[in-house]
Structure formats: structure tokens, C-alpha cells
Design a protein around this ligand. Structure first.
Ligand code: GDP
Ligand code: MG
Length: 446
């Protein structure tokens, strides 16, 4: 199973890391997206619609004027993914009644506590009502959840008549937001619909949220439809987005129904909960807070890649320096490297301080062309090292430090070149500056 976020980042990395983004590159991206999304249980038809749109828009030079092809592709992927995952739910910050419904174990009771916490942290008072009259201990479970959320709890232990429970609760409860936790069923059936109709007429909810666990994947769409037809939903809460490799499938399937995603649950704690926003969701998957930050990074990478590098070209001290500079410019954000499919750059190489990079630059500038092409010349002659140190205002030790680093990376490069399986990948990566170092890190560690 491919983690959705990592899968998407890796797929995009091939584009952001490529020197030339042509039709072939876009097709490859499209294939990779298909693989990632289908393994996330997104409906195959939806996936093909999505990638077709991406291919068309990415190759349409008249669209998104002023952007490079690379920027356009990233932008289109982001926009289309966000569109596929749904919209944005704006929680109403006012007095309201919320009914939670759904099958057993979907996360209703947990979500009741999370909702109470959500509205409380936004300045509203919130209370919860226990109406799960079927499951033993459901009363106690919600009581505990309410306590943890610091929300008043209403219910009548062992009472089976929900009408009675609701009437009693509505007389006593004075909170702005009232959240009702209802009975689950093992499947959608008539009995459940009957129960929900009673809740509907007695509680008169403003919001009717169906709670669905992400691990049912695209089946979520069918379930949302059934419940919506029977009782009229105002939204869906998708829980367990953290533990499931099918969250993308659940979200995309729901977005095709009349019931929209309202909240997502991302863990067991009260805080692991958010109002759903497709754009933010996709942004986070791609490792960026928003599209602007993402586009800025892509632009930067594009600039870094102005000079394509050929693997057959000798690995010289100049190439090494360019790589260091590129890696440094891309910043300390792990996200950037993971976007390039390179999560584990060797830290000591990347984290060159600005000064040591400057030092390297003056040292390299003091080398003859011949020396830059063949650093071994320096090892053979102490005189050359001293001359360079003098010429650059550094010490022979500084020059040797640069040489040591260069040689370390250079020997890694040699072993990669021998590894035929890795070679193709490296060749691709080398087309983008800054990526090559990461490749070294990966293999250096393993
Ligand atoms: P209910 O039967 O619909 O009321 O479901 P519960 O609220 O009792 O939840 C069932 C299980 O799912 C419990 O173990 C919860 O801790 C767990 N759970 C609920 N929401 C989430 C979530 O967003 N993430 C994770 N990891 N677990 C969750
Ligand atoms: Mg429950």
C-alpha cells in the first residue's frame, strides 16, 4: 500500500526534478498518479478522468499563461486533486443541534467528543446527548468522552425510549451546540431508518452528519448515498483518516454524492479533528501549507535547474560545488527533498554554512581550469594546494577539506555508476541539479 501523501509527492518529484517536462514526462506522471490513487481505493473511472484532465491541461500551452510547463503541471495536478477530493465545509458558529449517525464502530461517539471540543475552542458552549440505546455501555462511553471534552452530558441510563431521552435532555440542556450520539447498526437497513426518523422528528437537528470510517474506501460513496436518500444528510464526517490507506478513496467517492465531507478525524485524541477543506487537505498531502508555497518552491527548483547535467560528463569539483549550492538553496525544508523523492540527504553535506560555501567558491575560483577538471592533480602536489590557499586567502587545510568532501561524494558517484539498476534512475535525477546529492545519501546509507 502506498501512503497517499508520499505516493503523490514521489510522483510529482519526477516532474519537479526533471530538466525537461515534455509529453512523455506528463504521461509518466499520469501513470504514477493512477497507480497511487488506485492503491488508495479511488474509483478507477474517477482516476482515469482525473489523469486525462491533467494530461490535457498540462500540455495545453495556452492555459495558465506566464507559467513554465513544470509549474503548470504541478498547479494542474494540485487543482485537479483538490477538485476530486471535494469542497470545503464552513462550520457554522452559532446555536445548533447536531445529529450523528452511522454504522457500528464508525466513530460516532469519538466524534461527538471531538465536535464538542471543536465548538468549545471556538467560543461556543457544547453538550452531548446519549441516544445509543442498543449497545451496552454506550452510555458510559459517551459520559467519559464528554468529561474529557469538558462538555455537559445528558442521557437516561438503561432507558430504551429515545423520545423520552430527548425530551428530558432538551428541557435541561442550555448549551449552544447540542450533539446527539445515536445507535449504530451493522448494516444500513429499515430498522435503522426507522430509528433515525424518530430522532429526526424529536431532536430536529440542524446538522445531520453521517459518520464513516475511511477504511471502507470508495464504498463510502454508496453508504453516503443510502443514508442521504433515507434521512437527508447535511454532511459526512470521515474518521480514521490517519490509519487508513483508503482515505483518498472515501473522500473522492463522497464528493460525487449530494452529501459532502464536513469534518475529518485523524486520530483518537480530541484534537485530531478538522473541518474539511479539500485544498488544504491536498496541500498537506503534497507537503505544503498552501498552493502559493508549493508554487514558489517549484519556481525555485526550476531556476536551480537551469543548467542540465549529463551523467556521462565527468564529476568535477565544479559540478560538486554547483550541487552543494543547489541543495543549500532549496532550504532546510525536508518537504522539498521528499518532493524530489529524496528524503534522506546526507545532512553534513547539505548543511554547509553560507561561509563554508563561500570559502569553497573562492577556493574553486583560485584553481586552474585543469585542476577543476581533475582534482587529483591537487593530491599529487603540495605546491598546488599551497598556491590555491594563498590565492584564495584560505589555508591549505581549507583546501583539503573541500578536497575530502569532493572525494567522498566522487567515490559514491563511482559506485553508483557501476550499479546498473541505479544508473538509469540517477541519470534521470542528474538532469535536475540538487537531486543528485540525495541519491548519494540514499545509497550511502544502504
Ligand atoms: P461508534 O461505534 O460509531 O460510536 O465508534 P467509536 O466512537 O466508539 O469508535 C470506534 C473506534 O474507532 C474507537 O476505538 C475509536 O477510538 C476509534 N476512532 C474513532 N475515530 C478515530 C480516528 O479518527 N482515528 C483513529 N485512529 N481512531 C478513531
Ligand atoms: Mg458509539
Amino acid at each position: 500500500m502506498v501512503d497517499l501523501g508520499r505516493g503523490l509527492r514521489n510522483a510529482l518529484a519526477k516532474i519537479t526534478g526533471a530538466a525537461i517536462v515534455d509529453e512523455k514526462a506528463v504521461k509518466e506522471l499520469s501513470k504514477e498518479l493512477q497507480r497511487v490513487l488506485i492503491s488508495n481505493d479511488v474509483n478507477v473511472r474517477l482516476v482515469f478522468e482525473l489523469t486525462k484532465k491533467i494530461e490535457t491541461a498540462a500540455l495545453d500551452l495556452s492555459a495558465l499563461k506566464g507559467m513554465s510547463t513544470k509549474e503548470r503541471v504541478v498547479r494542474v495536478v494540485y487543482d485537479q486533486l483538490a477538485e476530486m477530493m471535494g469542497e470545503r465545509y464552513e462550520p457554522k458558529l452559532k446555536k445548533q443541534r447536531i445529529l450523528l449517525l452511522g454504522l457500528y464502530g464508525s466513530g460516532k461517539t469519538t466524534s461527538a467528543g471531538k465536535l464538542a471540543h471543536f465548538y468549545k475552542t471556538r467560543g461556543l458552549s457544547a453538550g452531548v446527548i446519549s441516544c445509543d440505546v442498543d449497545r451496552p455501555a454506550a452510555y458510559e462511553q459517551l459520559e467519559q468522552v464528554a468529561k474529557a471534552a469538558g462538555a455537559p452530558f445528558y442521557g437516561i441510563n438503561k432507558e430504551k425510549d429515545v423520545k423520552k431521552i430527548i425530551t428530558d435532555a432538551l428541557v435541561r440542556a442550555k448549551e449552544d451546540v447540542l450533539i446527539l450520539d445515536s445507535s449504530g447498526r451493522s448494516a444500513f437497513d429499515e430498522k435503522l431508518v426507522e430509528q433515525l426518523k424518530v430522532l429526526n422528528s424529536e431532536f430536529k437537528p440542524d446538522e445531520k452528519f453521517l459518520v464513516i470510517s475511511a477504511d471502507i474506501g470508495q464504498v463510502a460513496g454508496k453508504q453516503a448515498e443510502e443514508f442521504n436518500n433515507a434521512v437527508g444528510l447535511t454532511g459526512v464526517i470521515i474518521t480514521k483518516m490517519d490509519g487508513s490507506g483508503k482515505g483518498g478513496g472515501a473522500l473522492s467517492a463522497i464528493s460525487k454524492t449530494a452529501a459532502k465531507a464536513a469534518f475529518i478525524g485523524t486520530g483518537e485524541k480530541l484534537d485530531d479533528f478538522a473541518a474539511f477543506d479539500a485544498k488544504k487537505f491536498v496541500g498537506r498531502l503534497l507537503g505544503f501549507p498552501d498552493i502559493e508555497a508549493l508554487m514558489e518552491k517549484v519556481k525555485k527548483i526550476t531556476e536551480e535547474q537551469a543548467m542540465p547535467q549529463n551523467i556521462e560528463e565527468k564529476f568535477t569539483i565544479r559540478v560538486f560545488y554547483d550541487q552543494l549550492k543547489a541543495a543549500r538553496k532549496m532550504g532546510p525544508l525536508g518537504n522539498v527533498f521528499s518532493m524530489l523523492g529524496a528524503p534522506d540527504l546526507p545532512k553534513d553535506m547539505v548543511q554547509q554554512s553560507e561561509e563554508s560555501l563561500k570559502k569553497f567558491e573562492v577556493i574553486i575560483n583560485s584553481m586552474s581550469k585543469e585542476e577543476r577538471e581533475d582534482a587529483m592533480l591537487l593530491r599529487k602536489s603540495k605546491g598546488r594546494i599551497e598556491r590555491i590557499a594563498k590565492g584564495s586567502g584560505t589555508t591549505p587545510d581549507d583546501v583539503r577539506e573541500l578536497l575530502n568532501k569532493f572525494e567522498k561524494v566522487s567515490s559514491m558517484m563511482e559506485s553508483f555508476k557501476k550499479d546498473r539498476g541505479f544508473r538509469k534512475k540517477l541519470e534521470k535525477m542528474m538532469k535536475g541539479k540538487g537531486v543528485d546529492l540525495s541519491a548519494m545519501g540514499g545509497a550511502g546509507a544502504g
